[in-house]
Design a protein around this ligand. Structure first.
Ligand SMILES: *[C@@H]1O[C@H](CO)[C@@H](O)[C@H](O)[C@H]1NC(C)=O
Ligand SMILES: *[C@@H]1O[C@H](CO)[C@@H](O)[C@H](O)[C@H]1NC(C)=O
Ligand SMILES: *[C@@H]1O[C@H](CO)[C@@H](O)[C@H](O)[C@H]1NC(C)=O
Ligand SMILES: *[C@@H]1O[C@H](CO)[C@@H](O)[C@H](O)[C@H]1NC(C)=O
Ligand SMILES: *[C@@H]1O[C@H](CO)[C@@H](O)[C@H](O)[C@H]1NC(C)=O
Ligand SMILES: *[C@@H]1O[C@H](CO)[C@@H](O)[C@H](O)[C@H]1NC(C)=O
Length: 694
């Protein structure tokens, strides 16, 4: 293989990028826990200390998971199969009369969040502390350990498409919502220090806390089962499901503009156009330089299998690498934004590739194409974990192997891919009719549907028609949903805001109003008005990334309509931690939530609703026609319906990469070389501060 000038240039510069975090799904995943751990190591302050004022906090709840048996199928009586759902309980702060605080993690194993249960600066822990609550960390069905143990779930990579489809049949939004209802209505807990308490929602106020997909779950539950929860925090909740989610990038563009990086925007758009063209014309001249530089060993191994260097499968592989490369700049944007995250570093590396004085118009406008692409490649290589050596990656992989569970370690990846492919959609894709577009044209909906079918085959649930987002949108009214006893929060620059109740996209509702007034018990808002807060400079779930520093005594438990700390002029000034973007206004969102809890918890069993209760039911599967590539889809869904693809993971190829391993029958686009899970690598790099190991 030609070995590369650009690579040498990168090595000579010795870029060390240790804080690269990859986003594998829309959930917060471990990011913030890791952030905190890293921060604490740096500052010599270990925050997961036991509470000195609470001597009972001697055993770590993380060491003691609980399990509840739940029906696999809630909606037919003929199926009596069950599975065990895992949860953790933090009882140190509980006092009789306190609420149950139900923290729903959504599409991830809860194991990684459990250590946070003894961290008093965690937002949810501080809720338990202030309100004498019992904190529950709940695992969604088919994630972590909360799945049936079958031949398929032991070795997902070896399962047939039919096997996978049969296994994931009951992983639906409705089934998973009903899990929460049954869990709450059957919940009991043995306290050491108190006689057993009646803890079901009939006797004890329940509080729902969720971010992202789990934030949307909270909203859906509030509509579906009004009164089950007395207070709901729906944080960064994408309640409007949409297949073609090109709008994901609008917030990134806005943040680049707001931080004075128009040269970088221009170059990312130019790089996307170049990648599109290279794919369309199958011109490998510069593409192979990029791939060689970033993916060296993987690429060389893969390509060496082919006698014929014109084998068309090689271009499929090139496309996967190009897709991965194109995502590099945006990998952690939704948590860190431009300044605190990868994108800012990426821009700096690219724009100063040839001169300390970054050109205002960008590289593609001022340099030859070769040199501009080399600058772009340099930035990709500096950031992308594939540039780490193979041994470092293998070590990271080993370290991440799940020890305890007999379930396949990639269950979470498969489960989320299934949800995205069947019901959730939100493919983060290119929209090449926009000049600002920053993704290559081959990251489109059609390609993503191909990947879905390549992994799961065609079925009622995964089909050529694409994810069936309309039943959930119709049942819960998407972003027209109206809820009482719910606080909606969103981040100003969170890409997911575009699918939220605070969306500013063109088609978003305009007949609604937000307020930060909290209604007293027994009163409601006028129709169309809801309690909403957009965190200034905020990102995805920002109020969960911030430590809660306010003194618990600041806020009493009396119902109040005043909103402590919320005012444009009074913003907390934070000192930078150096490992992310601190969002000062997130503290105000936290205060608003504490005040909302204070107001709503004493309301007892009184429920205010706008709409009458909806009966629980399963979503029927209907045969649908293929995803339309030239107009709105025929099933009346809210999708805009043009060709494009991507996935809800920040990197479509990464998401499908593990499912595709060992799958020779998969679609061509899935015939990837053995790509490792990048998150694992970056996790390793993050914890150990490894930059390049070469
Ligand atoms: C979360 O992180 C793990 C690695 O720790 C990764 O395997 C997984 O794909 C990520 N995403 C989800 C949805 O769990
Ligand atoms: C659990 O709760 C559901 C209601 O959601 C109820 O139908 C069921 O009987 C309960 N099971 C037990 C064992 O209490
Ligand atoms: C391929 O790309 C190179 C470099 O960008 C360019 O010089 C060449 O003309 C291209 N060839 C074709 C056939 O487009
Ligand atoms: C150009 O890029 C550099 C480095 O990222 C940045 O500091 C500068 O603000 C940018 N200038 C413009 C005009 O975009
Ligand atoms: C706003 O308009 C949408 C679409 O017409 C409608 O469904 C919704 O009920 C309206 N909301 C209010 C508060 O009037
Ligand atoms: C792409 O963006 C244009 C301009 O904003 C918009 O009109 C069009 O609907 C978008 N394409 C899709 C597929 O949504």
């Amino acid at each position: 293989m030609k070995s590369i000038d650009v690579l040498l240039a990168v090595l000579a510069n010795g870029w060390v990028v240790s804080a690269v975090l990859w986003k594998d799904s829309i959930s917060r995943n471990t990011t913030d826990i890791l952030r905190k751990r890293y921060r604490d190591e740096k500052t010599q302050k270990f925050s997961t200390v036991f509470n000195s004022r609470k001597p009972s906090l001697t055993s770590n709840p993380a060491s003691k998971p609980f399990y509840i048996t739940l029906p696999l199928d809630h909606f037919t009586t003929s199926n009596t199969d069950t599975f065990q759902s895992r949860y953790y309980v933090q009882d140190s702060y509980y006092q009789p009369g306190g609420p149950v605080i139900f923290h729903d993690i959504g599409e991830s194993s809860i194991e990684r969040y459990a250590p946070g249960l003894v961290d008093e600066e965690e937002f949810t822990v501080s809720m338990a502390k202030r309100f004498n609550g019992l904190l529950i960390l709940f695992e969604h069905r088919f994630y972590g350990e909360s799945a049936p143990l079958t031949e398929v779930s032991r070795a997902l990579g070896d399962a047939s498409k039919e096997g996978l489809t049969a296994f994931f049949k009951y992983l639906t939004i409705e089934q998973a919502l009903e899990d929460v209802v049954v869990f709450a209505n059957n919940f009991t807990y043995d306290f050491q220090s108190y006689p057993s308490q009646k803890l079901t929602p009939e006797y004890t106020p329940w509080v729902y806390v969720g971010v992202s997909y789990s934030g949307a779950r909270g909203a859906w539950l509030a509509k579906r089962n009004p009164g089950l929860f007395k207070a709901t925090l729906a944080s960064s909740a994408p309640v409007e499901l949409k297949v073609d989610f090109w709008e994901y990038f609008v917030a990134i563009e806005a943040n680049l503009a707001a931080s004075g990086n128009t040269n970088c925007s221009a170059d990312l758009a130019a790089a996307a156009a170049w990648l599109s063209q290279a794919w369309e014309t199958q011109n490998e001249t510069l593409v192979d330089k990029l791939i060689d530089t970033v993916y060296q060993a993987d690429w060389e191994n893969y390509i060496s299998q082919f006698r014929n260097q014109d084998d068309p499968r090689i271009w499929d592989t090139r496309r996967d690498y190009m897709q991965d490369a194109a995502w590099t700049a945006f990998a952690d944007f939704q948590y860190y934004g431009v300044q605190g995250g990868t994108l800012g570093k990426f821009c700096d590396i690219m724009e100063t590739a040839y001169s300390d004085n970054a050109p205002a118009e960008g590289l593609f406008a001022t340099e030859s194409l070769d040199r501009a692409v080399a600058g772009y490649t340099k930035a990709v290589a500096a950031i992308n974990p594939y540039s780490y050596s193979r041994s470092a990656r293998n070590k990271a992989k080993l370290k991440q192997k799940r020890q305890s569970s007999k379930l396949d370690s990639s269950l979470d990846d498969y489960a989320w891919l299934w949800q995205v492919c069947s019901e959730f959609g939100a493919f983060q894709v290119a929209n090449t009719s926009r000049p600002q577009n920053m993704l290559p044209s081959f990251i489109n909906v059609a390609a993503q549907i191909d990947q879905c079918i390549g992994t799961f085959g065609e079925s009622d649930q995964v089909s050529l028609a694409g994810p069936n987002v309309s039943p959930i949108n119709q049942k819960y009214l998407g972003w027209n949903i109206e809820l009482s006893n719910t606080l909606w929060t969103n981040g100003e620059f969170d890409p997911w805001r575009a699918l939220s109740i605070d969306s500013t996209t063109e088609d978003a509702p305009t007949n609604d109003t937000s307020t930060t007034e909290i209604p007293q018990c027994g009163t409601t808002f006028p129709r169309g008005t809801q309690l909403r807060y957009v965190i200034v400079d905020g990102y995805h779930g920002s109020e969960f990334s911030e430590d809660v520093v306010e003194n618990a005594d600041d806020i009493g438990l009396n119902p109040t309509n005043t909103i402590g700390g919320i005012s444009a002029s009074r913003r907390v000034t934070l000192t930078s931690t150096g490992t992310g973007t601190p969002v000062a206004d997130a503290r105000n969102a936290q205060s608003l939530w504490f005040n909302a809890m204070s107001t709503w918890l004493p309301c007892g069993t009184q429920v205010f609703t706008f709409t009458s209760p909806q009966p629980s039911s399963s979503t029927p599967f209907k045969t649908r026609s293929s995803y339309s590539t030239d107009g709105p889809s025929t099933d009346g869904s809210t999708t805009e319906g043009l060709t494009t693809d991507g996935s809800t993971t920040s990197n479509p190829s990464r998401q499908s990469s593990s499912p595709s391993e060992n799958k020779t029958q998969s679609a061509a686009s899935l015939v990837l070389p053995p790509l490792m899970n990048l998150f694992m690598l970056s996790l390793f790099a993050f914890l150990t501060g490894v930059g390049f190991i070469l």
